[in-house]
Design a protein around this ligand. Structure first.
Ligand code: 13P
Length: 241
């Protein structure tokens, strides 16, 4: 079964959230569906989403509590019913300046509260064009997971999202994505043995209903992290079907 995760980013009004789950809560589809709404919509989403769809957050603090105005602690996200959190999305890295060191603390803290972590990595266009893709993503992986030695089965997930493919309509070819995923699988195996090899690897970046089947048919692609096409119930259901 593939894991399809919708990252709504800073989108969806309350009425759009309601309409989305009215259309999806009782729909049937084959794959596993998770949604990360804005944090303030987590509770509403949980009450509407139905049992099948897990709800998560797009970011979390590396701290449990304290004087960190505007942040959400992993403990509180867990309390609110979140099942997972995205860590290190390229927008967090690029717009908010988050670095691997902080991201590794966020990931460790979230895992300690039994939130699944979707750890996001990916190269820029300039890095791809100068043949640094594999070196860049391996470094992000090694530094971003530093200090994490184990996790409850299934809780660590890695998302490969080439920055040049996010929100641009330029999707990695299935072969490009598979090449990176295979390298990440090998790297995780080297780092963690069999539990590393079992980490689910999601592809993200302009995934749409018309390209999802080919991407998901690649051997090392276990699911998708989807922005734009996760906002409309029909598109999201098409991805999950
Ligand atoms: P798009 O699917 O809109 O390209 O966004 C991808 C993404 O950033 C998901 O986290």
């Amino acid at each position: 079964m593939k894991l399809i995760v919708g990252n709504w980013k800073m989108n969806q009004t309350l009425s759009q959230v309601k309409a989305f789950f009215e259309a999806t809560a009782h729909a049937s589809y084959k794959q596993t569906a998770w949604i990360a709404p804005q944090a303030l919509h987590i509770s509403t989403s949980l009450s509407l989403a139905g049992a099948k769809i897990k709800i998560g957050a797009q970011n979390c603090s590396e701290h449990d509590s304290g004087a960190f105005t505007g942040e959400n602690s992993p403990a509180s996200l867990k309390d609110a019913g979140a099942s997972f959190v995205l860590v290190g999305h390229s927008e967090r890295r690029q717009i908010f300046g988050e670095q691997n060191k902080t991201l590794s603390l966020k990931a460790a803290k979230a895992l300690s509260h039994k939130l699944a972590v979707i750890f996001c990595i990916g190269e820029t266009l300039a890095e791809r064009e100068s043949n640094q893709t594999l070196a860049v993503v391996k470094k992000q992986l090694r530094e971003g997971l530093e200090g994490i030695s184990s996790w409850d089965e299934g809780l660590l997930i890695v998302a490969y999202e080439p920055v040049w493919a996010i929100g641009t309509g330029k999707v990695a070819t299935p072969a490009q994505a598979q090449e990176v995923h295979a390298a990440l699988r090998a790297e995780l195996k080297e780092m963690y043995g069999e539990s590393g090899a079992k980490v689910r690897l999601l592809y993200g970046g302009s995934v749409k209903p018309d390209n999802v089947v080919e991407l998901m048919s690649q051997r090392d692609i276990d699911g998708a992290l989807v922005g734009g096409a996760s906002l409309k119930a029909n598109d999201f259901l098409a991805l999950c079907q």
